[in-house]
Design a protein around this ligand. Structure first.
Ligand code: TYM
Length: 331
């Protein structure tokens, strides 16, 4: 089996972009017997201000969400990042192998600069911590959405840099991006930007466990153009194409099939039809989530077991790293 690692921040609800861009793949990889580690990246979340109570809840909510999506703690290691101390320790080591100039160039940082006035130091280190997440488990494959590619590039740069200076230690990690069009879902309010947890407008995204009424309303209100035909033309008609992608990815029917089915249908009617179909696909997930969120003792236990299993692996890498850089004991 291959070593897989990925992570998700426990802020806000899981939305269709997270699910179709990443989590669905996590479940597939876990089910096909790969050796998978999935982390709830709470240390990444605090690089921007968080309300402590909301964050605490968010960690539980994300745990329940991932389980509801089919993540199975018997088949993979599901854990809370901050419970394994070696993430921050390796982050520090890797931070010493890169420069402020390089970190300052990140595209994601530039985007944040438009929203937040004063960027925390931790935001500069954000991708270095992500590299530590990956390298600590010597992962070779990292299933993520397209927006994470630049972070993955830094992780592979840091792996190479470390190996060159201290001897072969880390395999080079590779991003594993969906082949299909769901690698970057768009906002329902502005099809030129990505569907995101941090968008102020809740109608811009469909959360996985939204009520049927909300899903219907959000689909009906989705911004499309003035042409009424339903087509998949992502360049020319990003709004309607995004809906077709969501519809296709959730039902498993190819984009072409969907487009043929709806020839002659007006986009307004299509929005209602696709909403009704995705409501049914998501219904069992929402039911499972509502059940799990009322079982805090179970969730607690899942995270406890996950942390122990993750720690065992992380500790091994850390001992090797600390010895190689000259701060560990030579046993
Ligand atoms: P986060 O929490 O923003 O998102 C989790 C995953 O969802 C994907 N995603 C999308 N995919 C397609 N379309 C969208 N609109 C969309 N929005 C989000 C993201 O690409 C991601 O895969 N930095 C990471 C968390 C992280 C991590 C890691 C990832 C921490 N450590 C180690 C991989 C490896 C993040 O903020 O994801």
């Amino acid at each position: 089996p291959r070593r897989i690692l990925s992570g998700i921040q426990p802020t806000g609800s899981l939305h269709l972009g997270n699910f179709l861009g990443a989590v669905q793949k996590w479940v597939e990889l876990q089910n096909s017997g790969e050796d998978a580690f999935y982390s709830i990246a709470d240390l990444h979340a605090i690089t921007v201000p968080q309300d402590p109570k909301v964050l605490q809840n968010g960690i539980f909510e994300m745990t329940a969400s991932l389980l509801a999506c089919g993540i199975d703690p018997e088949k993979c290691v599901l854990f809370q990042q901050s419970k394994v101390q070696y993430h921050t320790q390796l982050c520090w080591v890797l931070a010493s192998l890169t420069t402020m100039a390089k970190l300052g160039q990140q595209a994601q940082l530039r985007e944040k600069r438009n929203i937040i006035q004063e960027l925390s130091t931790a935001l500069y280190l954000y991708p270095v911590l992500q590299a530590a997440d990956i390298l600590l488990y010597k992962a070779t494959l990292v299933p993520v959405g397209e927006d994470q590619i630049s972070h993955l590039n830094l992780a592979s740069f840091l792996a190479k840099t470390f190996n060159k200076r201290f001897g072969n230690t880390f395999p080079e990690p590779q991003a594993f991006i969906n082949e299909d069009s769901s690698r970057r879902l768009k906002s329902l309010r502005n099809p030129l930007s990505k569907m995101s947890k941090s968008d102020k407008d809740p109608r811009s995204r469909i959360n996985l466990f939204d009520s049927p009424e909300d899903i219907l309303l959000k689909c009906k209100k989705a911004v499309t153009d003035s042409i009424s035909a339903v087509e998949y033309e992502p360049e020319k008609r990003p709004g309607i194409s995004n809906l077709v992608v969501i519809h296709s990815s959730l039902t498993g029917r190819p984009i072409d099939t969907i487009c043929q089915e709806v020839v002659g249908m007006q986009s307004g009617d299509y929005k209602i039809a696709m909403a009704n179909e995705i409501i049914e696909v998501l219904r069992p997930l929402r039911e499972r989530f509502n059940q799990l969120i009322n079982e805090p003792a179970y969730l607690e236990n899942v995270l406890k077991v996950g942390a122990l299993r993750a720690e065992a692996q992380a500790q091994e890498t850390w001992q090797d790293v600390s010895r190689k850089i000259g701060i560990g004991r030579n046993q």
